[in-house]
Design a protein around this ligand. Structure first.
Ligand SMILES: [Fe+2]
Ligand SMILES: [Fe+2]
Length: 257
């Protein structure tokens, strides 16, 4: 299947099965012209809801309760589905980007689909079905700004995915502390993959930025709604960033952001 057709099918899908469609063989011979979606089609029950203050994630001290861990996993699965769609959007929006970049986005998209499935499986074991709780627009709010590949890697890979280098291990540690080995193992897999996704973003930022310094290019290509501090969690996990190839001076600046 062509990348463009695959991406359009994901963005137009009204079933979860179609959102998670993952062909073995993908080609990129007919990338077409830029095609922009303002919003994706969503399966019934998975439409975007407006987030209220009450819909905060259960605090860490309450993770001993299975239901609360399931709520966390549901929220994370929602983020993964958004990532699937944003990556599909990158494929339809940037047909003229380098083939190697598009191939990398497609590979990452497949891993995000894998993450959705992993979260669904685990939340079901904890008694919750995907779609039982509201899902949010979140990343899609920034899509109008993602008009170039460098903006895409700056916002998606180097902000949202970068922040998950802190959040995912923190939640994994919390689940482990309450004896939920399976959920902790799941979070560990997420961290492992996220390191690759951040690394992908950083290496392409460096290719796209020209002579400009990497950090300045990142800042210049953030959506106006996003502050640099969105690229970190409560605690900056320096080691995960190093594994992703992020230089020490960048890590120091992130800590001060
Ligand atoms: Fe993911
Ligand atoms: Fe990711």
């Amino acid at each position: 299947m062509e990348l463009r057709e695959w991406a359009i099918r994901i963005l137009s899908a009204d079933t979860l099965k179609e959102k998670l469609l993952c062909p073995d063989t993908l080609t990129d011979e007919f990338p077409g012209e830029p095609l922009l979606f303002n919003e994706p089609v969503r399966p019934v029950g998975m439409e975007f809801h407006k987030r209220t203050k009450e819909q905060k994630l259960p605090p860490f001290q309450n993770h001993g309760k299975e239901d609360n861990r399931a709520i966390c996993l549901h929220r994370f699965a929602g983020h993964e589905l958004l990532a699937v769609e944003i990556m599909a959007h990158a494929l339809t929006a940037f047909p003229h980007a380098p083939k190697a970049f598009r191939k990398g986005v497609a590979h990452t998209l497949k891993e995000e689909q894998g993450h959705v499935k992993m979260y669904i499986e685990r939340m079901e074991q904890l008694g919750l079905r995907f779609g039982d709780l509201p899902l949010f627009k979140h990343f899609w709010n920034h899509v109008p700004y993602l008009t170039t590949p460098i903006r895409y890697v700056s916002v998606m890979s180097l902000t949202f995915e970068m922040a998950n280098l802190d959040f995912a291990p923190l939640y994994g540690r919390s689940f482990a502390a309450f004896g939920d080995v399976a959920s902790a193992a799941l979070m560990a897999q997420i961290v492992k993959d996220e390191i690759k996704h951040v690394s992908f973003g950083y290496s392409w930022l460096n290719k796209f930025k020209g002579e400009n310094p990497a950090w300045d290019s990142w800042i210049a290509n953030l959506s106006p709604k996003i502050q640099p501090k969105r690229a970190k969690g409560f605690v900056v996990m320096e080691e995960n960033r190093r594994k992703a190839g992020i230089p020490d001076d960048w890590i120091e600046k992130i800590k001060l952001a």
